[in-house]
Design a protein around this ligand. Structure first.
Ligand code: GLN
Ligand code: ZN
Length: 766
């Protein structure tokens, strides 16, 4: 028997985002539930056929979802929170959980479940809510339906089911109880499910347990032991493939290898070193699935390297005990490279999207036992890699020289914060509790249409520029009228905070169809960072200078930070991420210096993505934080003492990384805090965060206008924890998704709230 191939999951949104369209049109009442379900069924059929015709042996099922796989799992085990239970129609109930629901006629007004990031990806899942008296009951209808569909197409599938421990670890519950306490009551549902799968002709089930790649405490360790014991002890069950991804299992691997599971999948793209460990530890009958084709990035696989890894496994275990696989689900990569007619042809030969990755998996499986693979696929892979390795579009010796010359002094502001703060105070003469915003103002339909017209060539450059200036001028006037102490230009010229910079830097390419699901129907199109990064001309200086020319009140220059640009792109895999980040940082440093030279006195460098780059294992975090902080400092540290550096992050659960945030040494840090009612500021006080902080006082994620009292309340709470003279007043995040009327009212209230608290706490009126 030859080596088998498998794919852990496939993009579900569709080659042309058919699912997105069907969902949105259903939500808007423009099409029926029947149409949505039919679209979903068609997509599954198409994807299965595609995977099958690529020759993949283990084809996933139940990886499809109308919204999110964790939500599906919550429904499958009957974890439907009380507030949704009055909604009778299952589909309506499902989307109410995903998106919330307000329906006066039905008397329903329920909030959505919380959403958060799936490990270190840009995908967001819905967090299951377990009630104190949670009862679990199996509802396998979705999965059974998909099995029936596959059967009618004569396609054998391997259902993907999120394992019980990962499900619980990613859930939340009320009070101080650990969600793992629910394991005993949850396991019977999984046992029942496994039995039903056998009745439905399932041979293998893929039990996704990505939490095995995390640091586990004793309780989690014990939960894994118990759950794998219990499930494997079942008499009637399919063979179990425990799937892990996104990182090494290290000490946790024995949990699987010492259990009675028939298969273990490991991610050897992220953690190649675990192959040896697996070969050493794996049971004498267990199948090892090797994730050698990267499900997280868009690069063409180095087939020879992958083949060498597979070859070692084949020698040790024999062909029948090795499966060649994608590293994780292909959910995180775009659908098909062939849908990119405008991408540079050479660059294209270096890439592989989901469809191409299936072919790579198959080619590797076919050649697994051969000592010198010579198929076309291998030849092409070798050629593409050889070209890429020496391509002048990848390597720019100027950039390398400049990065090589970066020294310690470039990573440090010339003067400590206290002294800079004094100079800045003298320069800006701001009142206590100065008010400002995070950067963007509403991207109205008008703004987006104007940009689209310019992009498609319908509007001349000069006219578009004029339009942007006009919007900027109006925005500055509005802020002056509102009485804000520090202004922004509004970001009307920007589509997206990474794309805008990527398009002006060398080393980035943009796809026309490279969509990846972010959550529900929302997709993002990350740029491809393929080569050495440099900046040929200023990117934001003209608009910043123009905005500042309209007023004597300081207007912040606004750029996106290096870590965020890295984190929200598909990053080259031919050098360490750190090196790429330093190149981006050096290019941005040039921008910061140009802004300063143009008379911009305050510069904000946004880093909303610093946290999501954090490695899953504690042991790996310091190394990441070190270069993340260094790259921010390389970007910002070249300015004069009295140039004020701001940064912004879209969250405030800093806890264990607060020290690193402090080391970034921004003069002012604005963060999200209004939803947690300032509670998270406690960390800042306890850990002695040294510089200025702007805790968001207004939640921009909702159109609600916060009252003056609400915001004075929040400000006073903040002032109890942190010194008033280090506090700023601002919203939680940028205002681009909001409408002008609510923004105006909210900011008016915010300025008034700041004024009141200022008077009360400092006795000053302005
Ligand atoms: N300056 C950006 C804005 O206001 C920051 C956005 C973000 O952090 N996500 O839109
Ligand atoms: Zn933000």
């Amino acid at each position: 028997m030859a080596v088998l191939s498998s794919c852990l999951g496939f993009p579900r949104i569709g080659a042309n985002r058919e699912l997105k369209r069907a969902l949105e049109s259903y939500w808007n009442g423009k099409s029926s539930a029947g149409y949505l379900l039919q679209t979903a069924s068609d997509l599954r059929e198409r994807h299965w056929s595609q995977i099958k015709s690529a020759g993949i042996d283990h084809i996933p099922c139940n990886d499809f979802s109308l919204y999110d796989q964790m939500l599906d799992m919550a429904v499958m085990v009957g974890a439907i929170p009380r507030r949704y239970r009055a909604i009778d129609d299952p589909l309506t109930q499902y989307f109410a959980m995903a998106r919330g629901m307000q329906d006066e006629a039905q008397g329903v007004d329920v909030q959505a479940m919380e959403m958060t990031k799936w490990f270190d990806t840009n995908y967001h899942y819905l967090v299951p809510e377990l009630e104190p008296d949670q009862q679990f009951t199996l509802d396998a209808s979705k999965l059974i339906n998909e099995l029936t569909e596959a059967k009618s197409l004569d396609i054998a599938v391997r259902p993907v089911v999120i394992g019980p421990v990962t499900f619980l670890m990613l859930s939340k519950t009320v009070g101080d109880v650990s969600t793992l306490e629910f394991l005993e009551s949850l396991l019977p549902v999984y046992e029942e499910l496994l039995e039903i799968l056998v009745d439905n002709g399932v041979e293998w089930v893929q039990l996704d347990e990505p939490c095995l790649a995390l640091d586990l405490d004793n309780d989690a360790w014990e939960a894994y032991r118990v759950s794998l014991d219990r499930l494997t002890a079942l008499v009637k069950r399919p063979r179990i493939m425990v799937a892990t991804y996104f990182g090494p299992l290290r000490e946790n691997m024995s949990l699987v290898t010492q259990s009675g599971c028939e298969g273990l999948h490991i991610d050897v793209v992220r953690a190649r070193e675990q192959l040896d460990q697996a070969l050493e530890q794996i049971g004498s009958e267990t199948v090892l699935s090797l994730g050698v084709v990267d499900g997280r990035n868009v690069w063409r696989t180095n087939l020879d390297e992958a083949h060498a890894l597979i070859g070692r496994a084949v020698v040790e275990l024999g062909e029948e005990r090795v499966i060649v696989a994608t590293s994780c689900s292909l959910l995180h990569v775009p659908f098909d490279l062939n849908a990119e007619p405008d991408l540079d042809p050479e660059l294209k030969t270096w890439l592989a999207f989901a469809v191409q990755k299936l072919d790579e998996v198959k080619s590797l499986a076919v050649e697994a036992a051969s000592s010198s693979p010579a198929s076309d696929a291998f030849t092409e892979s070798r050629q593409a890699l050889a070209v890429r390795a020496v391509s002048p579009r990848v390597r720019d010796s100027e950039v390398r020289k400049r990065v090589g010359e970066v020294d310690e002094s470039m990573l440090r502001r010339a003067t400590p914060f206290a002294e800079r703060a004094r100079k800045q105070r003298a320069r800006f003469k701001l009142p206590a509790l100065p008010t400002t915003t995070i950067g963007s103002f509403p991207q109205t339909g008008k703004v987006r249409r104007a940009r689209a017209a310019w992009r498609s060539g319908k509007t001349a450059d000069a006219d578009y520029l004029q339009f942007v200036k006009e919007e900027t001028r109006r925005c500055i006037e509005k802020q002056l009228e509102l009485g804000l102490d520090m202004l922004v230009h509004g970001e009307f010229e920007r589509n997206d905070m990474v794309e805008f910079f990527g398009e002006q830097l060398s080393g980035f390419a943009f796809t026309s169809n490279g969509w990846v699901q972010s959550y529900g129907s929302r997709c993002v199109k990350p740029p491809v960072l393929y080569g050495d990064v440099s900046r040929s001309r200023p990117m934001t200086v003209d608009i910043a200078r123009y905005a500042q020319s309209l007023t004597t009140v300081p207007v912040k220059g606004m750029i996106t930070g290096p870590v965020t640009i890295l984190q929200w792109s598909f990053v080259r895999d031919d050098q360490p991420r750190r090196d790429t980040c330093m190149q981006v940082a050096l290019a941005l440093r040039g921008e910061v210096m140009d802004l300063e030279a143009a008379g911009i006195t305050v510069i904000q460098v946004d880093e909303p993505a610093i946290r999501e780059g954090l490695p899953l294992r504690r042991d790996d975090r310091d190394a990441y934080l070190k270069w993340a902080v260094e790259s921010f400092r390389l970007t910002t540290a070249g300015v004069l003492d009295d140039t004020q550096i701001h940064t912004h992050m879209c969250y405030s659960e800093f806890g264990d990384i607060l020290k690193a945030i402090g080391e970034m040494d921004a003069d002012v840090l604005s963060i999200e805090t209004s939803r947690s009612r300032m509670e998270l500021l406690g960390d800042f006080a306890e850990q002695g965060y040294p510089n200025d902080v702007g805790p968001g006082v207004y939640d921009i994620h909702s159109p609600r206008v916060p009252s003056v009292e609400e915001m004075t309340g929040l400000l006073k709470r903040a002032a109890k924890v942190l010194p008033v003279d280090r506090l700023w007043v601002n919203p939680d995040c940028g205002l681009k998704t909001r409408g002008w009327p609510e923004v105006e009212m909210s900011l008016r209230n915010m300025v008034e709230a700041a004024r009141q608290v200022r008077t009360e706490l400092t006795g000053a009126s302005k």
